[in-house]
Write a protein that binds this ligand. Sequence first.
Ligand SMILES: [Zn+2]
Length: 95
Amino acid sequence: MHSSLIFFELAETATKEELKKAYRVAASEAHPDHGGSTGEFIEVKAMYEEALKHVGVAATCETCNGEGFVISSRGFYSLRQTCRDCEGRGTVDRK
Ligand SMILES: [Zn+2]
């Protein structure tokens, strides 16, 4: 996951709309009029532009519902296996 997404506390599966919302909150908090500073404000803006490149690229894996593993039952046993479609990441690249 990219650090810009962590900055806005967003998941890889976040949409541009979610990013915009998070950006507006962070930008208003970083604004000099609201106890922030110009430096902070510029940083938030730079993070936003970086994050724009990273949102909407991943989608929740439908095979495992984003869990990263699937349960297969065999008689009395249920086996927890790493999801093959997303290799345990829980997300797949959006096409
Ligand atoms: Zn999966």
